[in-house]
Design a protein around this ligand. Structure first.
Ligand code: FAD
Length: 556
């Protein structure tokens, strides 16, 4: 089958709207015909093609796909290594798993769900919402499940990304959008002997629902956002629970409640009421930035609320002392829960702070020599947030590996583009994380930025854009300057927000989400080196990589 209109399971293999496509190796032709097996497209051995390749199907990948569709773009594929969409909300299914930002805000602005059953919905409901959005916006034909990206390499002569999947399938795409997620790789603690434990052991993200916790002695390591959700669920079931705490989190009351049937009726039939609720929540959460970034002193008032919550819920002064953090609230992620402290006051639960020395086949041995027997270890130890992707996954211009580009810590321009990696857009890239509100807000801003970039590229007939290094450097200087005075730097704690290699906060956005939205509203061509689409007759020879245009040669 040879045609310039080859379909890949219904997806047309060319960028029809722009007349731009990356050329097959060595040909350097626009809209060059591609040989694909009829109806399959991504068979091993063949190289399939699409204009835009999106990696991941969490909120980032789905949001990007939906907005592309809405803008009339059809020539994109979403590659997902798992067998279903949902990202975080597919992978985390531990008991009690729920969002900690109100569902009316932790959802797409363009797809309000009037049927949320609670203010903070549980994982099954969020996952169902994402499946629903996939169907509602017609993403299924674009989805390639079971496709794990192993390597993406920028092919300069052809002006496109060449992707290799784990099973050997190959794809080329002019634009690569990474929605691979910042919190998807479980962090396994480096405790001597952990691998010699003979009982059941699993990370909260890999919850073993087949394992009967009833009547068992369970050790939970970690007291982060996941642990505070599952500990209250399992504590009443197990025989005994040891909670190994290194640093206690600050915990605020959770303003959760069921959403009543009349409220849901109102949201369905009078949609503006749900918009009002969303807007109210938005500004309530935005106000937290004042304490986090602008005036850390304000956090003292917030700390007062958390202290009163602790006093109300933990009558035992010794336990209370154990659970009282020694750093300013906000320095680590502020958690919300109404049932964590009561669970720790149960007679079958013990909070252990001595520090783990090593693990043996049937016990955890403390630094003071005491042995605490366990049938099961659950790791509530979070994720690799600041660890870069392994070497060889993303390779840009001149063979530059993203790992090397980020050897002093991850950085990008507007958290989205990285110098040396043309046409690569990272959703939830460096310094786009939030300590105060919904990540979906940041994701939507970045998606808008990518859409505007694509519009500019189409209008100016550009094959590729690459952020100018000085632009990226200046942006990051500004970010780090702001972060230097934020609570995360001055609050007296060590947190996963900080990259251990550089000591820099490479995860959080130091401001209001509307500031990020404003910064990403318009794609500024002047910030980028760019390569024009060339007529076939002007195509460079295979060895010749397209050179950046002289500044100003392409109108910005
Ligand atoms: C338990 C938990 C609770 C959270 N609660 C909240 C909350 O309440 N509010 C909030 O704002 N944020 C919350 N977060 C943060 C959350 O990660 C983001 O809100 C958001 O879900 C991130 O979406 P994403 O699409 O960027 O990443 P993910 O949801 O992690 O999706 C990434 C996807 O990429 C796929 N992928 C990764 N590598 C590859 C590859 N090589 N090839 C193909 N596919 C690949 C993964 O399989 C996954 O499907 C929570 C995180 C966790 C872990």
């Amino acid at each position: 089958m040879t045609s310039s209109n080859v379909t890949i399971n219904g997806v047309v293999d060319e960028c029809r709207s722009a007349g731009i496509a990356c050329a097959p190796t060595g040909t350097h032709l626009m809209n060059a015909p591609v040989d694909l097996p009829a109806g399959l497209g991504l068979e091993i051995g063949a190289e399939a093609a699409c204009d835009i390749a999106i990696i991941g199907s969490g909120f980032a990948g789905l949001g990007m796909g939906i907005r592309l569709k809405q803008s009339g773009e059809e020539d994109f594929l979403i590659f997902e290594k798992a067998d279903a969409v949902g990202g975080t909300w597919r992978d985390n299914h531990y008991p009690g798993c729920a969002c900690d930002v109100q569902s009316h805000l932790y959802s797409f602005s363009f797809a309000p769900n009037p049927d949320w059953s609670r203010m903070f919905s549980a994982q099954p409901e969020i996952r169902a919402y994402m499946e629903h959005c996939t169907d509602r916006f017609g993403l299924r034909p674009h989805l390639r499940l079971g496709h794990e990206l192993r390597q993406a390499t920028w092919d300069a002569p052809a002006g496109c990304w060449r992707l290799r999947m784990a099973d050997g399938r190959r794809v080329r795409a002019r634009v690569l959008v990474s929605g691979m997620g910042g919190l998807s790789r479980p962090a396994i603690p480096d405790i001597p002997g952990l691998d010699t434990f003979a009982g059941a052991m699993f990370h909260s993200q890999q919850w073993r629902h087949d394992y009967r916790l009833a009547g068992q002695r369970v050790a939970v390591i970690g007291t982060g956002a996941s642990a505070i959700q599952f500990v209250p669920q399992i504590a009443p079931v197990v025989d005994h629970l040891d909670l190994y705490q290194r640093t206690p989190p600050w915990i605020m009351p959770k303003p959760d409640r069921p959403i009543s049937a009349p409220e849901r009726w109102m949201f369905r039939h009078l949609p503006f009421t749900q918009k009002l609720v969303r807007t109210g929540l938005y500004w309530m959460l935005e106000s937290r930035v004042l304490g986090f970034v602008k005036h850390p002193g304000l956090m003292k008032a917030v700390e007062g609320i958390a202290r009163r919550h602790l006093v109300r819920q933990v009558p035992d002064p010794a336990l209370r002392a154990t659970l009282t953090p020694d750093y300013t609230i906000g320095c680590k992620r502020v958690l919300i829960s109404n049932d964590y402290y009561p669970a720790l006051s149960r007679p079958n639960v013990e909070v252990v702070t001595t520090g783990i020395d090593h693990v043996e086949a049937d016990a955890i041995v403390m630094r003071d020599g005491t042995r605490r027997e366990a049938d099961c270890i659950i790791l509530g130890t979070g994720f690799h947030a600041t660890d870069p992707l392994p070497r060889g996954v993303i390779v840009g211009r001149d063979g530059l590996d993203l790992l090397d580009a980020w050897r002093d810590g991850a950085q990008a321009y507007l958290g989205t583009t990285v110098a040396g990696f043309p046409n690569l857009f990272l959703i939830v890239g460096p310094n786009t994380g939030l300590g105060h509100s919904s990540m979906v807000l940041m994701i939507e801003s970045q998606v808008n930025y990518v859409l505007d970039a694509l519009r500019h590229m189409r209008r100016e007939r550009l094959q590729a854009v690459d952020v100018r290094p000085p632009v990226q450097a200046a942006f990051n200087r500004g970010i780090q300057q702001k972060l230097g005075h934020a609570i995360w730097s001055e609050g007296g704690c060590a947190s996963w927000y900080i990259d251990p290699r550089s000591g820099k906060n490479t995860t959080l956005w130091p401001g209001f989400t509307w500031q990020f939205r404003r910064a990403t509203q318009h794609f500024r061509l002047a910030d980028y080196e760019r390569w024009p689409v060339r007529h076939p007759a002007e195509a460079p020879q295979p060895a010749e990589a397209p050179q950046p245009e002289a500044a100003g040669a392409v109108s910005a």
